[in-house]
Design a protein around this ligand. Structure first.
Ligand code: NAP
Length: 321
């Protein structure tokens, strides 16, 4: 029997891909840094049985409507806001993601971003590199304490909880807000459920870890920033579109909040002229939450395992729909 035809939309390491070549007829985009052009993607998917996608690939009605043999889309991310689930359902396409394997790595980065923002690590590094370290002064690059402060986690899911676990080591008070309560996190981590407004009003660090949905799109806007303390810091490790970036910029410039640490942006990648890059009190990272070599390899392997299981008529490990 012919092997299922599969398209991988970015060059992945051969050591991860090769164990699957016996079972799958793999066509892999040869570029590691450049995404497949949309037109090529549409053409490629026309006769594929499966596809491994990146979060920068849009899987929508247009693509699914002209890919009659496509049965499964395996997204190399836990978030799947790049995929139109209604369209996938309509076309009978299974969608998988990569939860769990990236939880700790993303929580490490998110907490690291919080620390870098609070203690001005990036600014301090630049200060020395610019040859400015020629004196000591009592408040030189003084930041904000993290220990014993209050962290407010919006989106206390797998990663949110792992961030909260890290916060316990700093003896922080942990507030969280979800649509539903997580009794386990309350019991195990001493986290307290609060309404969104209370979280914004009381937290020293507001951390966004929700998925991007119609409900969470731009949930951090002018009103939200205005409710935060003037010395509060906003950390985003989820998706850029949960934030209205214009409102965030204004809140920072007007001093309505003190600082921000951002791993994600409204429209990625951002160029060097992005207004938020001009502010010293903002730490920006190029969407590297889950980017450790070990975790990225685990994510790739999970995508390929899911494909393989599907075509063996077994249940993939991590199905979204
Ligand atoms: P998860 O386990 O599904 O957690 C998401 C949490 O968000 C849930 O606790 C959910 O609780 C809450 N939530 C959903 N809608 C909400 C709303 N409208 N208001 C308040 N809370 C809401 O997902 P995860 O594995 O932790 O991943 C979370 C997100 O992180 C992903 O979707 C992805 O976008 C992002 N991420 C980013 C990176 C990166 O590189 N920066 C890496 C990995 C993941 P309720 O359902 O009770 O509301």
């Amino acid at each position: 029997m012919a092997k299922p035809k599969v398209f991988i939309t970015r060059k992945l390491p051969e050591e991860v891909v090769s164990p699957f070549r016996n079972q799958l007829d793999i066509d892999m985009w040869p570029e590691e840094e450049k995404a497949v052009p949309r037109q090529t993607m549409l053409e490629k998917c026309k006769d594929m049985d499966g596809v491994v996608t990146m979060l920068s690939d849009k899987i929508d009605e247009q693509l699914l409507g002209q890919a009659p043999s496509l049965k499964i889309v395996c997204n190399l991310a836990v978030g799947y806001d790049n995929i139109d689930l209604d369209a996938a359902q309509k076309h009978g396409v299974t969608v998988t993601n990569t939860p769990d394997v990236l939880t700790d790595t993303t929580a490490d980065l998110t907490f690291g971003l919080l620390m870098a923002t609070a203690r001005r690590l990036v600014e301090a590094n630049q200060y020395i590199k610019d040859g400015k370290w020629n004196h000591w002064s009592p408040l030189l690059l003084a930041g904000k304490d993290i220990h014993h402060k209050t962290i407010g986690i919006v989106g206390m899911g797998r990663i949110g909880e792992a961030v909260a676990k890290r916060a316990t080591g700093f003896e922080m008070e942990i507030l969280y807000h979800n649509r539903s309560r997580k009794q386990d996190a309350e019991r195990n981590l001493g986290a307290t459920y609060v309404e969104m407004d209370e979280l914004l009003e009381r937290s020293d660090f507001v951390v966004c870890m929700t998925p991007l949905t119609d409900e969470t799109r731009e949930m951090f806007d002018e009103q939200a920033f205005r409710k935060m303390k003037k010395d509060a810091m906003f950390i985003n490790g989820s998706r850029g579109q949960t934030v209205n970036e214009g409102d965030l910029y204004d809140a920072l410039v007007k001093g309505e909040i003190a600082a921000a640490g951002l791993d994600v942006f409204e429209k990625e990648p951002i160029g060097k002229d992005h207004p938020l890059l001009k502010l010293d009190q903002v730490v920006c990272l190029p969407h590297i939450g889950s980017a450790s070599v070990e975790t990225r390899h685990e994510m790739m392997k999970l995508c390929l395992d899911n494909l393989d299981l599907y075509f063996q008529e077994k249940q993939p490990k991590t199905v979204v729909i």
